[in-house]
Design a binder for this molecule. Structure first.
Ligand code: SF4
Length: 318
């Protein structure tokens, strides 16, 4: 088995909320093997973006460890943090908001190169051109400004900016949500191609479950700051076991008219409770059609229910 590039153990990230504490991420553990993609899914507010931001050190974790190449990034000093910023990049949801409109595309892509003092002069220019070509743009685009590009092209510029400093790991935080459906598949296919070409490792955060299936090797389902189920992508989509995963996945349309006729959509009752006061026991118990008395009292632990398939539910604890 490939050695994990990233090992996350019992990660917690809490935020102050008045006199209370908002538990955005509350004890999450997973590995991402080198050169693979972990897809993170769940309703908005479940903590998936907070995990992404913590993994690239935009947030400091409240507790837990994050091993990157075997070294705990939560203990890095200033110089190590700067070096790590080159290894771990982030692609954002809104490509336009993340690009400075006053800078040329060449300068946007070259900014990271300058911050890390990697190349100067002609070499710097070559890196900018090469990054543009990697994402399907061309060197003439370097002199233009972000407003001259379409949404899909802007996301390509955002990806080129990340690639220019030669990272190992990229957090893709809902990178296709703001794009037209026709463009989404192009960006996902580009990310897959770049992964094959450059050996990149991704955390892919999304709520479009069909795209997550396409790009991910493994998938993690989050609910209210906790991981509920993790499995290889094919297994997760074929054989979801957690009641929340089943409900989430029951909404995905399938390109098979016979299957579609039979498909039973599970409508989740109620809304996601507040992460300031998460429910006792299983956090999903108020919305789960299978809830038992034990579910209110005891938190179910992650258990391997089939090789590589983990689920936190009392229906699967024995
Ligand atoms: Fe439902 Fe209980 Fe399983 Fe939670 S532990 S998902 S409430 S059956």
């Amino acid at each position: 088995m490939t050695e994990p590039l990233l090992q996350v153990k019992n990660l917690k990230k809490y935020f102050p909320a008045g006199k209370n504490v908002l538990k955005a991420v509350d004890g999450v553990s997973f590995d991402i093997p080198r050169g693979s993609t972990l897809g993170l899914v769940g309703e908005s507010g479940c903590g998936k973006s907070t995990i992404g931001r913590t993994l690239v050190k935009l947030y400091e974790p409240t507790s837990g460890s994050i091993l990157f190449n075997g070294r705990d990034i939560t203990k890095f000093d200033r110089a190590e943090k700067k070096a790590f910023a080159r290894e771990a990049q982030m692609i954002f949801q809104d490509p336009y908001a993340s690009l400075d409109p006053r800078m040329t595309v060449g300068d946007i892509i070259g900014e990271g190169v300058d911050i890390h003092d990697l190349y100067q002069g002609a070499e710097r220019q070559e890196v900018i051109y090469h990054s543009l070509e990697l994402v399907g743009l061309n060197r003439e685009h370097a002199n233009r400004f972000p407003h001259e590009f379409s949404g899909g092209q802007r996301q390509r510029i955002g990806i080129a900016r990340s690639l220019a400093i030669d990272p190992q790991f990229i957090v893709c935080d809902e990178p296709i949500s703001a794009l037209d459906v026709s463009i989404q598949a192009q960006i996902v296919n580009l990310l897959i191609k770049l992964q094959d070409q450059l050996g990149l490792t991704y955390l892919f955060i999304a709520h479009d479950l069909s795209m997550v299936k396409h790009i991910s090797d493994r998938v993690g389902v989050m609910y209210l700051g906790k991981l509920m189920e993790t499995a290889d992508s094919a297994e997760m989509y074929k054989n979801p076991q957690h009641p929340y995963t089943k409900a989430l996945f029951s909404a995905i349309p399938v390109a098979d008219p016979d299957y579609e006729k039979e498909r039973r959509r599970i409508i989740l009752q109620g809304s996601v409770p507040s992460p300031v006061k998460p429910p006792s026991g299983c956090r999903f118990h108020g919305r789960c059609q299978y809830a038992m008395p034990v579910c209110k009292e005891q938190e179910p632990q992650m258990k391997e229910i089939a090789p590589g398939h983990f689920c936190a539910c009392h229906l699967h604890q024995s």
